[in-house]
Design a protein around this ligand. Sequence first.
Ligand SMILES: [Zn+2]
Length: 110
Amino acid sequence: MKPPVCHFCNRSLDSVKSRRAKAGDLVQFADYVPLPPGMCGHPHGLEWFCAEHVDAARALSRMRIDEAMLELKAGHGALRQPSTNGGGPFGRWLRALRRYFASSDRPPPR
Ligand SMILES: [Zn+2]
């Protein structure tokens, strides 16, 4: 199973959960293919959506995932870029990099 990151805006549902009660959910699309029994991974056609996009995604769940994503992009304009100082995997990665370079226990430069 993929980590809970919105398939549309790449926002981490974990970071939203701490600020809002409703964090989003998994949405199953028309081309959903369940994993075979005993198989690990993420099934095709099943994606996470944040609270902001989960209702729009559910409304399009009778479509294939690729069609639904085109509809979502058309409805929401340009794909929202994750902010560098907010939540989301990219923001966390940047903060981890800043912590690393601010810490004194990294190896000295050559
Ligand atoms: Zn989203």
